[in-house]
Design a protein around this ligand. Structure first.
Ligand code: SF4
Ligand code: SF4
Length: 353
């Protein structure tokens, strides 16, 4: 791993150099919150933001995407619409969001069902990560997504008033010699800085009462818990928790016939398992017609099912679902309530023996 010291003004110089070569996206204000937006000058990027409204998955799985044009009559062939190949840079991505992108890569870029649209977006995107600070919503230490065991090209580690710049993957290609003006770190110095970083994040309080390893045992035991019904009584089934989640990926397919019915366009658009219609089928049955069924399903997907299949939880502890929920359904509280019920059930069964 290559590492250099870089000051805040030098980060702006780096952004200015990148802006001459690529479209650059970075956190920018949207009201009192932040979004990943296209910047035209380095000063527009807010690098000490708390979190963005939408996660960076929008770069690899756009909210609405054309898949292909289809003919209605005649023997014309389908015309696929793979995304444009222009390279781009997304700067200022927190480590938990980089982990979220890795969760999506296991699904969309794995050997089971590789998705050419996702792959094309991913191949043209360079990622520049940056350190974050925890807040009341995030639980990244519990989900171990403070770690740098995630995919990035460059990463900015907080270091006094400036940063340590790490390069992996295509990092040197992005820097294109910019690093020659920066003081470089030896391998030992780099390891020391990484240890300092780990020690910093170990100071964040753990917020969940169960560890990652315990959830696969807890979840099967709490499927009939009253917690699902009690929490779901507050739920508006608005789907905001899905829309803002870095690892939600369900989509709907829509066909848009052209005027004159000469052909049409097929699109995929984000869907949400918290919406009442999500599991309704053409014959009218709804497999998850009640809000508590949908809430339980979402939690099962985030904490349990994905781990069984892909060996890691799908939740990366960003807290966006809790932040977005107008009903104040907080994922940390729900998980801790489930753990409490599990503990009670275990004590009763131990006492009965
Ligand atoms: S954001 Fe809250 S209210 Fe809306 S669907 Fe999700 S849990 Fe329900
Ligand atoms: S379930 Fe909530 S906390 Fe977990 S990754 Fe999704 S939005 Fe973030």
């Amino acid at each position: 791993m290559n590492a250099w010291q870089i000051s805040r003004p030098q980060v702006n110089e780096l952004l200015a150099a990148l802006l001459k070569r690529f479209p650059v996206f970075a956190p920018v204000p949207r009201g009192s919150q932040f979004v990943f937006g296209l910047i035209t000058k380095p000063e527009e990027a807010v690098l000490d933001y708390d979190t963005t409204i939408l996660p960076p998955r929008k770069f690899l799985l756009p909210p609405r995407e054309k898949l292909f044009n289809y003919p209605i009559a005649g023997d014309e062939e389908l015309v696929t619409a793979l995304p444009e190949q222009t390279p781009r840079v997304v700067c200022g991505v927190h480590s938990y969001d980089l982990h979220g992108l890795d969760v999506l890569r296991r699904i969309f870029a794995g050997s089971e069902l590789p998705d050419p649209y996702f792959a094309a977006h991913d191949a043209r995107t360079f990622w520049i990560g940056i350190d974050h600070t925890d807040d009341d919503y995030k639980f990244t230490r519990d989900m171990r997504t403070n770690s740098l065991e995630c995919t990035y090209d460059l990463f900015l580690i907080n270091d006094n008033d400036g940063f340590i710049l790490l390069a992996e993957r295509h990092g040197l290609e992005l820097l294109q010699g910019f690093e020659k003006a920066l003081p470089s770190l030896t391998a030992e110095e780099t390891i020391d800085k990484l240890h300092e970083r780990e020690a910093f994040y170990r100071k964040s309080p753990l917020k969940l009462t169960a560890s990652l390893e315990e959830w696969p045992a807890i979840f099967p035991a709490v499927q009939e818990s009253a917690v699902w019904q009690q929490e779901a009584e507050k739920c508006f089934s608005c789907g905001s928790c899905n829309t803002t989640c870095p690892t939600c990926y369900c989509f709907d397919i829509r066909d848009l016939p052209a005027i004159g019915l000469s052909g049409g366009e097929r699109q995929r658009i984000w869907d949400s398992c918290m919406l009442e219609v999500f599991a309704r089928v053409a014959t009218g049955e709804n497999f998850r017609g009640e809000a508590h069924q949908r809430l339980k399903h979402r939690f099962n997907r985030k904490i349990w099912y994905h781990r069984d299949r892909y060996a890691r939880a799908a939740c990366i502890g960003c807290g966006r679902c809790s932040r977005a929920c107008k009903a104040e359904i907080n994922i940390i509280n729900v998980l801790n309530r489930l753990k409490e019920e599990y503990n009670d059930a275990c004590s009763i069964s131990a006492a009965a023996k």
